[in-house]
Design a protein around this ligand. Sequence first.
Ligand code: ATP
Ligand code: MG
Length: 391
Amino acid sequence: MPAAIEIAGVSKVFRLYREKPSSLKARLLSGRTRAEDFWALKNVTFEVPQGKSVALIGHNGSGKTTLLKCIAGILRPTEGSIRQRGRIAALLELGAGFHPELTGRENVYLNAAFLGLGRKDTDKVFDDIVNFAELGDFMDTQVKFYSSGMLVRLGFAVAVHVDPDILLIDEVLAVGDEAFQARCLDRIAQFQRDGRTIVLVTHALDTVRQICDQAVMLDHGQVYKVGHPDEVVRALRLKILHKDLDYATEEGSKEIEIMGAELIRASGATDGPVHPGESLTIQVDLRANTPIDDPVVSFALHDGTNRYVFGGDTVSEQIQLGRFDGKKRVTFHLRAMPLVQGRYWVTLGVHGRDARRVYHVQDQRYSFEVQQSGERRDQVFITMDAAVEDL
Ligand SMILES: Nc1ncnc2c1ncn2[C@@H]1O[C@H](COP(=O)(O)OP(=O)(O)OP(=O)(O)O)[C@@H](O)[C@H]1O
Ligand SMILES: [Mg+2]
């Protein structure tokens, strides 16, 4: 089967006119402001197979939106070509494609027409669009008075009701409230069952893992990795971590190596769920391949959306490793973890005091699941006591 989208050697240049911070005199003498070429996309090549859901991930500014706009035909690539098969509906920036002065109702017709749906066909799906968006009372209000959540509701409702073969979604879903997001995910699942093609840009890396068949990571406008969502998400997390800690090398020099680690639950088990308020011991076994003075062992916890949650190291715990030769076991005992439902990822590192010398890093290699009973919306778990007394 031919691919739904074929992206071949796509590059995109933006011309930036930079105002150099210089004196008025210098600016007068140098004449016009200089233009600089900025390559937002560089030689991007990959295919989106028909009926598959592909995530596009990467740092802010890595080129995701630019690429999505090129696929949607809103931007023209400077080099290369893009071939799409089928009708495309795109949900790009907030309110893109909407006219602020027109009402919600008028915008539905305008937008649907833009996506290739005639007036009669739009009539047929109009009620479904309004119901899905839950904007009944606001359909005759000008769109300029809509909140960002309302804009997304309307945009998504139109996009999924024009019967597209390919759906492009840029992050915007994160703007909707929880109930709406759940409905969007339901609708996306239905799209997938119908065999439609989806390209999803998001920073919610767990969503990528849950719903996408494949992921593409962009880095500074270039394809950094294409593959199974788990692998590509890992690659992105690794990059984010190295950026945070300014690590010189990916894996470290290996003068000291992490031989292995265990996450020991309160019960003594090394796997299975953890419950809020329980303890967890991070046990790290290390080997020095050459004697090293005063290394530091550290750990970091990230949640499912790659937010940093907590971290610690031997320095802050006032542990001296001294001259490290041979093997050592370092344990961090987290007494009562205030974590709520979800999967958490553990990163381990051995490095010098200033973190510029990195001996070994294991990025998010270990993880554990916190299980909580019932439907809870807590951000943290707080151990508490309650009482009642007669007055
Ligand atoms: N119209 C434009 N003119 C000049 N530069 C632009 C334009 N649009 C995007 N850029 C630049 O291109 C780069 C890629 O931007 P893009 O919006 O594609 O990033 P992104 O991956 O979507 O980021 P984010 O995660 O923040 O949404 C950025 O450096 C951005 O400043
Ligand atoms: Mg973007």
